[in-house]
Design a protein around this ligand. Sequence first.
Ligand code: FAD
Ligand code: DLZ
Ligand code: SF4
Length: 512
Amino acid sequence: MRTLRLVLGDQVSRHVAALRDLDTERDVVMMCEVQDEIAYVPHHRQKIVLILSAMRYFRDELRREGATVHYVTLDEPGNSGSFTGELKRAIEKFTPQQVVVTAPGEYRVWDAMRHWEATFGLPVEIRRDDRFICTATRFRQWARQRQSLRMEFFYRDMRRETGLLMDGDRPEGGAWNFDAENRKPWPKRETPPARRRFPPDTITREVMALVERHCPDTFGTLDAFDWAVTRQGALDALDDFVIHSLPFFGRSQDAMKRDAPFLHHGLISAYLNIGLLTARETCQRVEQAYRDGHAPLNAAEGFIRQIIGWREYIRGVYWLKMPTYAHGNALEATRPLPWLYWSGETTMECMAQSIGQTRDHAYAHHIQRLMVTGNFALIAGIAPVEVERWYLAVFIDAYEWVELPNTHGMVLFADDGLLSSKPYAASGAYINRMSDYCGACVHDVKKRQGDGACPFNFLYWDFMLRHEDRLAHNPRMALAYKNVARLPPAERDAIRAQARSFLDDLPTRPAP
Ligand code: FAD
Ligand code: DLZ
Ligand code: SF4
């Protein structure tokens, strides 16, 4: 039976479910570069280049294996601009007896896919994406047994199921979590390691020219593009991380430093998310480094927890709650996204650093996303849909299944605490403790309000006052609200007034 096998841009793996039983003699593999996917948010140009380059390399790899690959480039005449339109054209051209595809990462695409069988009048098999360790069904069963969905318990189950860092049926080292040893500021005199980068070669340079022509005005520069675009490149990047940075991963996980975007982070989310690396092999490589004595347990455990814990949990929540998950707005946040998120022009050094490096590399690490750009959006009361669109656009690794729960739930508390037991609101003191940003900033991090005060300070206190009725009863906020109670009435008024005028003065423009 002749089968048409559709592979999406974030599925460029020979082991993806749709290619499992590929018959290179009879079947046709299809991939298409389409305008709908390029434009559904204004993606950073490096993200588009990564995806299209990885697709083109994967096409060539499959052809070397002898497969027939129907590949539609973005500028090909007749390109209909959508998955559905391209599938229609391919069905007319190859007259297959069935279509096979791997389930997509995003609900939006799944919603289109489930109509294909009726639209085209032939069998369309949507296969489970087995790149993930926990299936959506398994997560649903886990969630059904709980009153609250806390990641830590899910993570323990994943450790047991995968056997990663286990000592029989007990956790390696006698504890599930070694965070008490982690999360220190960056050591003052230490220079961050030079990370292995991958300068663009011919295929990538062609794609870069295409993207420059096609998306001249979208966010982000291409000048510093040096992400890996092949499976081998991604494996080399993982090796580089394990050798040079893994031993220090836990310690430096939350640290921030000026002009140092990567520190000891993995830089592998983009590869995991498009299929160039698998979660399991990445964790096994890290576990081996620990067992060989190359990395301490706190580092290996901390890293593995991010992947089999947070990453799998976040995906589970997405498929458990979509499509309604995105609709909530528990804190009734309505401000438009300030233009500084796109321009990077601001006197707040922490924001300028985090947004500037995002513009240059399509990358900011977790704490910058959570506690700088995310925290600002939370305490400023910016509308969730606007914040979510920004996060989905600007990062090299952004897909809705992982971006949305992180932004909507973890950062904005828009899901009313489904994902995290309290909002991650923080004043400038947190940023000052974990970074060297404040020393280079015109604002005074020690000042709560008044001339020159750090905006994170008066916005934080304004947030706490604004949401007192809703949050003061949360036991995890009790200590913070004790401090709120000590604020004299005149200072409360001053904080509120300064926050309002600061936010009202921030320029906004229609989003790109
Ligand atoms: P490391 O710091 O080296 O961590 C290792 C790996 O753990 C990452 O590669 C990633 O696969 C996984 N991981 C860690 N934390 C998370 C998490 N909270 N959720 C899911 N996976 C996690 N990650 C994405 O992959 N895509 C996104 O669109 C995305 N959006 C985010 C939005 C916000 C507001 C926040 C707070 C976090 C977001 N994250 C997202 C999670 C995290 O910030 C990135 O995975 C991480 O910064 C990627 O860089 P790294 O590979 O150097 O990660
Ligand atoms: C993100 C993206 C972009 C920018 N372009 C394409 C593309 O041209 N062709 C393609 O197959 N996939 C692309 N992608 C990835 C898809 O958006 C992704 O597969 C869906 O969001 C499903 O997760
Ligand atoms: Fe950011 Fe405030 Fe520190 Fe400036 S002083 S870098 S605005 S936290």
